[in-house]
Ligand binder design. Sequence first.
Ligand SMILES: [Zn+2]
Length: 120
Amino acid sequence: MKELTRSLRESLWNGFTSDGMYTSEKELSWAVNDAIQRTDIYGLRWRTVTARKIHECEAGHIIHEGDQYVSYAYNDAWGQDLKFCMKCSAMLFYFMKTYEFPIAIFSHWDTVKNEPKHDK
Ligand SMILES: [Zn+2]
C-alpha cells in the first residue's frame, strides 16, 4: 500500500532529489519552514522570504520575483545574508539532520490531504 504520510526527513530528501515528482511546492515549503522552526524557533538567523526582485542562491540558482527562498543572517549588518533557494534549503536542512531535532509544530506530511499533520 502506498504510504499516506511522509516524515520531515523524507519530505526534505524528496524536496531536492526530485523535480516535483514526489513533492509539491506546498510540501517543500512546509518541510523547509518546519526545519527552520526546529533549528531556530525564534527566527533569529533563518527565515523564509518572498523575493521582491530576482536573486541568485548561493549555488547559482535563479530565485525569481515572488519565489520563496531562505535567508540566513550570518552577521547583524543589514543586507548581509546568505540566500538559498527552496531546493538548496531542503538539502541543507536534510544534511543538518533537522529531522532529528525536537518537533516544533508538525511531524509529518499527509500526502492525501496535501497538508502537514501531527502524527503518523
Ligand atoms: Zn539553489
